[in-house]
Structure formats: structure tokens, C-alpha cells
Design a protein around this ligand. Structure first.
Ligand code: PML
Length: 236
């Protein structure tokens, strides 16, 4: 048996912090849960009035192991430059200018707990438009985490985000656009089948953040959402 450990913290109806992992040993649960509580209590978005820790048993044989998308950082001098880079990466995947503008607006408006799913015609496909879809049941290996942090390939935020991006692209999402809801964190990314492209200055400090998933017009949306939320993935 393995275990999925998830944390989410909020204040009123505002999301403050969230994290999750999958562990193979029961003995590790306590430590990780304690770390998550600390992380929630010390978050820069403020003190939460609600912290939820959820621990689920999962079957080891249900876990899918995949390689992380290759990570590349593109340094941009300002937001305009960064948005141009993001736009080009998205256009390469067949996403129209109009749809790209719409997705920038969604991430800049912020305030969603999950991500909207847009098809190439610009239709929003997720059933709950307020909440969006949250990618869950994901974890990175310690090896991947170390490789990213020790070699300065990215930050703690990269470690969390590479798990999401690698899973969604593996499940057939064409591209993901993301900026952080962390006010001071201005590096965002575009993920495609070609990689995880970190883009500095994709938003300005104190601006909102969010993520958007793009899918083909004929995507099987129920199946995709079910797997995004429930299928356990370990990213190595
Ligand atoms: C990066 O790799 O530095 C970008 C990470 C964005 C993380 C978004 C978030 O805060 O969840």
C-alpha cells in the first residue's frame, strides 16, 4: 500500500496554501503531515483559519511513473517580453491569438482554486466554473526534487508545478499556462509536449495568478477530469 497526503489551508473563502505527495511507507506520514501544517501556518498569504490534512490509502499498482518534462528557463526582462514568449510557445501548439488573450485574462483575474479547461474553440469545459479542475494525486521523487533544487534548475514551486505539468501533458492536455497565486513569485511557465518552459516576469509582483489547460476539441472531458483528479502519478 501507498498513501496520498494532501494539505489545503484557507482563510474565509480565500485559498492560502496547498501541497501534496505520495509516500510508500506508513512511517513517513506523520513527518510530512507536520511539515505541511507548518507550511500552512507560515504562508505569506496570511494565517489560515482552516487547515485540512487528508490521508488516503492507494494501491501501489495503480501508480503511474513518468519522466518529468524537460525544464528550461527563459529569462525575460519584463512582463511584455515574457508574455510574448509565452504566446509564441502556445501558438506553436495551435492555440489562437484570441484564445491566448482569453487565457491571460483568466490567470490575471486570479481567485480560482483550480484551473479552467479550454478547448481550441475557446469553450470552457469544466463543470464547476467557479472552482475549475484541480490536479491531484501527484508526487515527485526525492531524486527529481534534489536534481531541481541542487542544480538550481528551479525552486520549491518548480518541484510542485513540474508534477502537475508532467501529469497533464501525459494525459493529453495540449498546453498549460500558469502564473503563481503567490504575490511575490513572478516566474510562471508554459508546458507543452516539448517541455516545461519557466518564464521569468510572466506577471508583476502583487498581481494575481492562475492556470489554464488547453485541450483538443474532441477531448473526452469526463475521463480527463477523472484522471487529473484521481489517477496517482509519480514524476521521476
Ligand atoms: C517555476 O518553475 O518557477 C514556476 C512555478 C510556478 C508555480 C505556480 C504556483 O505557485 O503554484
Amino acid at each position: 500500500m501507498a498513501f496520498s497526503i494532501k494539505m489545503r489551508a484557507s482563510k474565509g473563502d480565500k485559498h492560502i496554501s496547498g501541497a501534496e505527495t505520495i509516500v510508500m511507507e506508513k512511517e513517513n506520514i506523520e513527518n510530512i503531515a507536520a511539515n505541511y501544517i507548518k507550511r500552512a501556518l507560515e504562508h505569506e498569504l496570511g494565517a489560515p483559519d482552516f487547515i485540512n490534512i487528508k490521508i488516503d490509502k492507494i494501491n501501489k499498482k495503480d501508480i503511474i511513473y513518468i519522466d518529468a518534462l524537460p525544464i528550461k528557463t527563459i529569462n525575460c526582462k519584463n512582463k511584455e517580453d515574457a508574455r510574448r514568449v509565452a504566446k509564441n510557445l502556445l501558438k506553436n501548439e495551435g492555440i489562437s491569438d484570441k484564445l491566448i488573450e482569453k487565457s491571460f485574462k483568466i490567470i490575471d483575474d486570479g481567485g480560482m482554486r483550480g484551473a479552467p479547461i479550454l478547448n481550441l474553440q475557446g469553450q470552457r469545459l469544466e463543470p464547476d466554473k467557479e472552482r475549475g479542475v484541480r490536479v491531484k494525486n501527484i508526487s515527485t521523487t526525492e531524486g527529481l526534487k534534489e536534481e531541481i533544487l541542487k542544480n538550481n534548475i528551479g525552486t520549491d514551486r518548480t518541484v510542485d508545478a513540474i508534477a502537475i505539468a508532467s501529469k497533464v501533458i501525459n494525459l493529453g492536455v495540449i498546453a498549460e499556462l500558469c502564473t503563481s497565486d503567490n504575490k511575490s513569485y513572478t516566474t510562471g511557465y508554459v508546458a507543452t509536449k516539448d517541455g516545461y518552459f519557466r518564464i521569468t516576469n510572466l506577471k508583476k509582483e502583487n498581481e494575481n495568478g492562475g492556470r489554464v489547460f488547453f485541450v483538443k476539441n474532441d477531448a473526452n472531458i469526463e475521463d480527463l477530469i477523472y484522471k487529473l483528479e484521481n489517477k496517482p502519478y509519480i514524476i521521476k
